[in-house]
Design a binder for this molecule. Structure first.
Ligand code: NAI
Length: 337
């Protein structure tokens, strides 16, 4: 069977790994790589041997040999790149989360994707491809916990990233926007409902540098979903022991839970001093298999002409929610969706 030819825009922290993962997918071919940073292009061309590299993303959009485009540029460029791709006739697009930064942008994207007949549109909510969360979803749907009552999500980024986060914050949309759209997507997927109200609070507790760019480093949110489920989220940028994510759904008949101490290499190390557990250091290490799995899914959807399990409307709803949640935290008040 003919391989699916993919081009990637963005070769930074995540894009370079996406490019490496595409090379591991048997029915995909890494045909083109692109970044505005010439050294990133040169290094990817040398190490990953795509068909070609470019510093101009329009070159990829106009390449009729490509079957699909993977967008892994900074979030503030997603809208422009998706609309340009759709208008250039690209039929299959994968874009990293968040879909875009404002309501105007997500509306523009929706309009452009629909008007130009984009076929496969996948958004980078990689947690949908996590084996534990998939198992959790199956148990909930099968009635194992009875009627869901409460969903709790914890998302802690390592303190080791602090310096990077302060630099990254002005273009990422900030803590709620950048980090919590993953959690919201997981929540609405697991309990099959959308939030209707959100209340939040947060602040700068660890990194003064974030205050200068009007961002925060810790927050909590409570929300209610249309189906009556209660939701709770907590997030931080200053987890000193590593990267830590947990999810629990509690229901009338039981509970399903993903997450214990995030042991590095899933190892429990004991000696005469007791237990000494090193933890996972950052998000990529924790979610690694999901990044290849999501691009495998994108490739298969293109090849088999199927719709992805996580698409345009999921990206749309997560941004809509993030705007509401950010307002709730900024004003410390309840906001209706
Ligand atoms: P980064 O800053 O490390 O890399 C951005 C890349 O985009 C660079 O290669 C840059 O040259 C390229 N780029 C920017 N403008 C461009 C243009 N006009 N033409 C071509 N290339 C251009 O950013 P990072 O951390 O890799 O994040 C990228 C995206 O991935 C963001 O949207 C971020 O939210 C998302 N992300 C998702 C994660 C997940 O868990 N799914 C984790 C980390 C990031």
């Amino acid at each position: 069977m003919k391989k699916v030819k993919l081009g990637i825009i963005g070769l930074g922290r995540l894009g370079r790994s996406h490019a490496e993962n595409i090379r591991k997918i048997a029915n995909a071919e890494l045909t083109a790589v692109c970044s505005v940073v010439e050294e990133e292009v040169n290094s990817a061309v040398k190490d990953l041997e795509p068909g070609y590299g470019s510093t101009d993303y329009h070159e990829l959009l106009n390449d009729k040999e490509l079957d699909g485009i993977v967008i892994a540029s900074n979030s503030s460029f997603h809208c422009q790149m998706i609309c340009d791709a759709a208008e250039a006739g690209v039929k299959n697009i994968y874009c990293e989360k968040p879909l875009a930064m404002t309501l105007e942008e997500i509306n523009l994207i929706k309009e452009s994707v629909e008007k130009n007949g984009v076929n496969v549109f996948q958004i980078g909510y990689n947690r949908r491809f996590d084996k534990s969360l998939i198992a959790m979803k199956k148990k909930i749907d099968a009635g194992f916990i009875g009627k869901p009552i409460l969903i709790k999500l914890m998302n802690r980024d390592p303190a080791s990233m602090a310096e990077y986060i302060v630099k990254f914050s002005p273009t990422s949309g900030g803590l709620v926007f950048d980090m919590l759209t993953h959690d919201y997507d997981v929540a609405r997927w697991l309990i099959d409902s959308d939030a209707v109200t959100v209340y939040g609070m947060g602040g700068v507790y660890a990194y003064e540098g974030l205050a200068a760019v009007k961002d925060i480093d810790n927050c909590i949110l409570t929300m209610s979903f249309a189906n009556g489920v209660m939701g709770f989220m907590e997030t931080t940028r200053n987890c000193t022991y590593g990267y830590h994510v947990e999810v629990e759904v509690f229901g009338t008949e039981g509970s399903v839970r993903m997450g214990t101490t995030p042991n590095k290499d899933r190892l429990v190390a004991l000696n005469k001093e007791g237990e000494n557990t090193e933890c996972v250091e950052w998000f990529y290490e924790f979610w690694e298999p999901t990044f290849e799995a999501e691009l495998q899914h994108f490739t298969d959807c293109i090849q088999n002409n199927e719709q992805p399990v996580v698409g345009l409307m999921d990206g749309y709803k997560a941004v809509q929610w993030a705007i509401t949640a950010k307002e709730a935290v900024d004003k410390r008040t309840i906001v209706n969706m």
